[in-house]
Design a protein around this ligand. Structure first.
Ligand code: C2E
Ligand code: MG
Ligand code: MG
Ligand code: MG
Length: 284
């Protein structure tokens, strides 16, 4: 236990303390209806149909503005939140906020195929015994039809204990919500399990899409995942599309949906609402 480890632990403890305070503040603000300088808020990144350029939905992504340190990336605080269990109250807040926002958007527009919202679910949330009840309650409170909520779960979460995961996924599915595997291709998926899970969507990890236009192997991997999803009756979303060339290749592979900076970055609520009203994404 040397000095640098000690500093690491202190920084850790400080961040944990700050997270707890930010959660308490967020919960107080939710009760009082006050919205001044929130530390947590959600951004929404559009998911686009490659056939029509229509927005089929948004992924909700949490943001944290730390009072002294400024923006802290979820990659830097979600792991700590998972370790400490703080992801449970944070995740509940994210779910409620995202469902609420979607139901506001649904009232704003009347479309024959309403938008969906995707919410990331961490492993710690996934193993909570009352998860199904919590989600069901949030759907009721926000008056959202379950079919328009999609939960994103990573491969490792479901593969670690595939038997238990199957039961949990079936319970979630029985609520009427949709399920996606996030960052697909980076974990250790067992194909023998994949077809047993009641999964609606595979999101192909950004690392494959990144190199699809420069490297033939990645192109073949993406082609294989698209075919696999097709054979299993699942939708495909390509994550992290950044260039016109990547988009062209995905279209050639008959990939249905995509998400990435090429279309739009994650947006604050007002900018996302403007896109909702517009309905489509103008592709450069
Ligand atoms: P993710 O679920 O795979 O989310 C996609 C990430 O890729 C987001 O990063 C998004 O901003 C980024 N991204 C989207 N398009 C592009 C692109 O074209 N290029 C590049 N380079 N990046 C792109 P973000 O928001 O920093 O989130 C990182 C991760 O943190 C998420 O990965 C997710 O695992 C986790 N996370 C974010 N919000 C939540 C949350 O509310 N709950 C939980 N449990 N995890 C969350
Ligand atoms: Mg995700
Ligand atoms: Mg992802
Ligand atoms: Mg991820």
């Amino acid at each position: 236990f040397d000095a640098s480890m000690h500093r690491g632990t202190l920084a850790h403890m400080q961040l944990e303390h700050d997270l707890r305070r930010a959660i308490a503040k967020t919960q107080d603000q939710a009760i009082s209806g006050e919205t001044e300088a929130p530390e947590f808020w959600l951004q929404y990144q559009p998911i686009v149909s490659l056939k029509t350029n229509r927005i089929m939905g948004f992924e909700a992504l949490i943001r944290w503005n730390h009072p002294e340190r400024g923006l802290i990336s979820p990659a830097d605080f979600i792991p700590l939140a998972e370790e400490t269990g703080l992801i449970v109250p944070i995740g509940q807040w994210v779910l409620r906020q995202a469902c609420y926002q979607l139901s506001v958007w649904h009232q704003l527009i009347s479309s024959p195929c309403p938008l969906i919202v995707s919410v990331n679910l961490s492993s710690r949330q996934f193993v909570q015994p009352d998860l199904v009840n919590q989600i069901s309650q949030i759907l009721q409170e926000t008056n959202l039809n379950p079919r328009y909520l999609k939960l994103e779960i990573t491969e490792s979460v479901v593969m670690e204990n595939a038997e238990v995961a199957t039961t949990m996924l079936q319970q979630l599915k029985s609520l009427g919500i949709q399920l996606a595997i996030d960052d697909f291709g980076t974990g250790y998926s067992s194909l023998s399990y994949l077809h047993r899970f009641p999964i609606d969507t595979l999101k192909i990890d950004r690392s494959f899409i990144n190199r699809i236009d420069i490297d033939g192997e990645n192109l073949e991997i993406v082609r294989t995942i698209v075919t696999l999803a097709w054979n299993l009756g699942m939708d495909i979303i390509a994550e992290g599309v950044e260039t016109a060339k990547q988009l062209a290749q995905l279209k050639a592979l008959k990939c249905e949906y995509a998400q990435g900076y090429f279309f739009a970055r994650p947006l604050n609520c007002e900018a996302a609402t403007a896109l909702v009203l517009q309905g489509t994404i103008a592709v450069k």
